[in-house]
Design a protein around this ligand. Structure first.
Ligand code: GDP
Ligand code: IMO
Ligand code: MG
Length: 429
């Protein structure tokens, strides 16, 4: 049976958590392949709201085994805080497995994240401040601490010492901070070792064996295509690869085993943090979408910047992720808008671009070319088939499908699991 990957098609917060939850009862494993506790996924189950940051949303699906893959950066304090919070609410987290190769976020990574942002001043990224970038920096610099290291105290101390030798120079001499002691960090990690040990396995064997047994593995990407360090709006990105290819690396599931690549896309666009955003609204419509859509970050509480749907971005995302399906979310938020603009191309210095411009400078100067679609006023939250939608809402969905490069297989009309229009089956069709 197949591996399926869920990928954010915009700048995050598209509703990946809801889409994962929707499929959760039909899959055997849900693996998070990238990112860390910079994510924020809201899942509404039976009217009860859950907010997940580090754990895959699949942890709320009782039959699925939740897995934290090798591509994730794990903050152990955040992990156990989240586990305890879920257990207190009656969720069962006992099946959670964590890759021995995942990297650990150390307290000094969070410090580095904050001082670097301050140092950047006007050029700050607007990170979540969770130490994600500095942890991935250490991974690539070969100075990282991995989950497996905390089970070998002597190795752990050696690695911390190596990482701190450089970090302390920066902290003391450049950022005017105190030096951090090896013992302090070693104790911080070792305190978690006993509780962590039973969860740690070679997740690549676990997941590939499951696929050999014809079980279904869902990869739940965090962040999104335009936050991808290679394909996103660099440098205003996160430090991992949230695209479909990254899910393969971050889980150890080879690309030939991935049958479906599902792009989660909002019926409009939002972004948290800094960086270019061609369809961003600065007028009352921006406020309208923010208010009606409840567009405030789960992770940091920051208001999300809002704009109209951008079909150029969706098309490009579809291509680089090899999307087989789109799952369109939050269509209900557009109810009541008389005319809905959709960006179909950009104009850059008087020249029309039907595809993403090649350079960052061009993208920063891109002005959206809009086509307007007639809106609807009927409440659509009870619609369960395309036919249940008012004609204009249906036409809006079909127009986006035509413009965005691949079929739309599901449509969200509310935050609840059942508030979904199923068009094509996301596992079988
Ligand atoms: P994620 O990070 O991609 O999982 O998305 P977030 O959870 O950060 O943000 C999506 C928000 O939209 C959450 O509050 C969801 O409960 C909500 N949501 C998801 N799908 C729909 C939908 O179709 N309609 C409405 N109204 N809300 C939705
Ligand atoms: P989910 O999984 C929205 C953004 C931050 C910042 C940039 C870099 O909920 O869609 P980082 O802390 O990762 O170094 O910040 O990326 N960002 C997100 N924006 N949703 C997310 O996750 C995000 N994760 C990171 O706001 O602009
Ligand atoms: Mg989110």
């Amino acid at each position: 049976m197949p591996a399926i990957v869920i990928v954010g098609a915009q700048w995050g917060d598209e509703g990946k958590g809801k889409a994962t939850d929707l499929l959760g009862s039909r899959v055997d494993y849900v693996v998070k392949p990238n990112g860390g506790n910079n994510a924020g996924h809201t899942v509404v189950v039976g009217g009860e709201k859950f907010e997940l940051k580090l754990l895959p949303a699949g942890i709320l699906s009782p039959n699925a085994v939740p897995v934290i893959g090798n591509g994730v950066v794990v903050n152990l304090e955040a992990l156990f805080h989240e586990i305890d919070g879920l257990e207190a609410r009656g969720a069962d987290t006992s099946k959670l497995k964590i890759s021995a190769n995942a990297h650990l976020v150390a307290p000094y990574h969070q410090t580095m994240d904050k001082v670097t942002e301050r140092f950047l001043g006007k050029r700050a990224i607007g990170t979540t401040g969770r130490g994600i970038g500095p942890t991935y920096m250490d991974k690539v610099a070969r100075l990282g601490i991995r989950v497996q290291d905390i089970f070998d105290e002597s190795i752990l101390r050696q690695k911390i010492e190596g990482a701190l030798r450089q970090k302390n120079e920066l902290l003391v001499k450049l950022y005017n901070r105190r030096a951090i002691a090896v013992d302090e960090i070693a104790e911080y990690f070792l305190d978690f070792a006993e509780r962590l040990r039973p969860m740690v396995v070679d997740t690549t064997i676990l997941l590939n064996d499951a696929l050999d047994r014809d079980e279904v593995v869902l990869m739940e990407g965090g962040q999104a295509t335009y936050l991808d360090v290679d394909h996103g709006t660099y440098p205003f990105v996160t430090s991992s690869n949230p695209t479909a290819g990254g899910a393969s690396v971050g889980s150890g599931i080879g690309p030939t085993r991935i049958k479906r690549s599902i792009g989660i896309v909002k019926a409009y666009t939002t972004r948290v943090g800094a960086g270019p955003f061609p369809t961003e609204l600065f007028d009352e419509w921006g406020e309208y979408l923010q208010k009606t859509g409840g567009e405030f970050g789960v992770n940091t509480g920051r208001p999300r910047r809002c704009g109209w749907y951008d079909a150029v971005m969706a098309r490009y995302a579809s291509r680089i992720n090899g999307f087989t399906d789109f799952f369109l979310t939050k269509l209900d938020v557009l109810t009541g808008i008389e005319e809905i603009p959709v960006c179909v191309a950009y104009e850059v210095d008087g020249v029309r671009h039907d595809e993403m411009p090649m350079t960052q400078t061009e993208f920063h100067h891109a002005k959206p070319v809009f086509e307007n679609y007639p809106g609807w006023t009927e409440d659509i939250s009870g619609a369960r088939t395309l036919e249940d939608l008012p004609e204009n809402a249906r036409n809006y969905v079909l127009a986006l499908e035509k413009l965005s490069g691949c079929r739309i297989s599901g449509v969200g009309v509310g935050p609840g699991r059942d508030q979904t229009i199923a068009i094509h089956d996301l596992i079988e069709d």
